[in-house]
Write a protein that binds this ligand. Structure first.
Ligand code: XIL
Length: 318
């Protein structure tokens, strides 16, 4: 599941984790793993130089522990939802490196022993539609300024701060075999050959019914599994264009259910896909409509918590 809140686009967005008792009840009883949707991101947890705001993330971790759940940490090295003081600040390369090291070691160290998996590096490659070649994301100020080696350093720093945590690369549009997942496959091999503490590769899986199902997901997961890595599904949701009425058709819901089920089946088909996260479980709190206007209904429950076919499809498959 995902413990939502702190939406940075729509100021009126309700924070279900702190404000909706029913949400907490479902979160507590129907899941055994929790990811903070925003609360561990740099702009929230480290909003000013030297200022760490652990409160909201601490509440989620404590909640998970009370309910016997594990926690996925999200995320450390990412170009988005980074604090302005970092992107706008006038720092030397050495200072920037020290800032990242301090951030990773402070945040990972704060939760030492309490996080099962960390998304250390998030969305570090460009997309196929952004140019001919997949390359490391120029928007990532750390990689852009400090070079590719900073990725390995980020993993090493996180490992030092919590040797028990499993450390992941995480991205979207990598579900199928293709240039972007190939770039990760090559990077993973290289990091492993250098002895970098990389433990897993994670597929966000923000899927959209207007595109075909990623039929090679199982094969793709298997090649990372074959490298000795764990795999994970970390942000599954399945969006589609809503009819004018705003109410999904039975056909859309059935196709959505097949998609959820197909992703879970792919995960179950490899040995070490050990974590399966859906990015929100109630349409009311899903990030999709505000990021992709006209699309929505991407989670497994309607706004009133009525379960969709996708919910039952996951149950049947487990
Ligand atoms: C999204 C959250 O769901 C939103 O609430 C937030 O406003 C923006 O980020 N890839 C990721 C996630 O790794 O952190 C993003 O989460 C969705 C895309």
């Amino acid at each position: 599941a995902v413990a939502g809140g702190g939406h940075h686009v729509n100021a009126g967005y309700p924070d279900p984790f702190t404000r909706d008792p029913r949400y907490r009840k479902v979160l507590a009883t129907e899941f055994d793993s929790v990811s903070p949707e925003n609360q561990m991101k740099w702009e929230f947890i480290h909003p000013e130089p030297g200022v760490y705001n652990f409160g909201p993330a601490d509440a989620i971790v404590a909640f998970a522990e009370r309910h016997g759940q594990v926690v996925r940490g999200h995320t450390l090295l990412w170009h988005s939802q980074l604090a302005e003081w970092v992107t706008e600040g006038d720092y030397s390369d050495e200072e920037l490196r020290a800032i990242l090291k301090d951030h990773i070691q402070t945040v990972v160290g704060h939760y030492k022993g309490r996080i099962q998996q960390w998304d250390v590096a998030n969305e570090i490659f460009t997309d196929t539609w952004e140019g001919d070649e997949i390359r490391l994301r120029p928007q990532n100020v750390f990689i852009e300024r400090l070079g590719e080696g900073i990725i390995a350093d980020a993993f090493r720093w996180a490992h030092e701060a919590d040797p028990e945590a499993e450390l992941f690369l995480n991205d979207y549009a990598v579900e199928d075999m293709g240039p972007k997942s190939d770039a990760y496959y090559e990077l993973a091999k290289k990091l492993l050959a250098e002895g970098v503490p990389l433990h897993g590769f994670a597929f966000q899986a923000h899927l959209d019914l207007q595109y075909p199902f990623p039929e090679t997901l199982d094969e793709n997961m298997q090649r990372f599994d074959d490298l000795g890595l764990e795999t994970a599904i970390t942000e599954l949701d399945v969006r589609f264009t809503l009819p004018e009425s705003g109410v999904p058709t039975a056909e859309q819901l059935a196709e959505q259910a097949d998609t959820y089920q197909g992703v879970l089946e792919a995960c179950l088909s490899v040995d070490d896909c050990n974590s399966f996260t859906i990015w929100g479980f109630n349409d009311r709190y899903s990030w999709v409509p505000s990021f992709s206007p006209g699309q929505g209904a991407a989670t497994v429950m309607f706004e009133d918590y009525e379960r969709k076919p996708a919910y039952w499809a996951l149950h049947e498959t487990l």
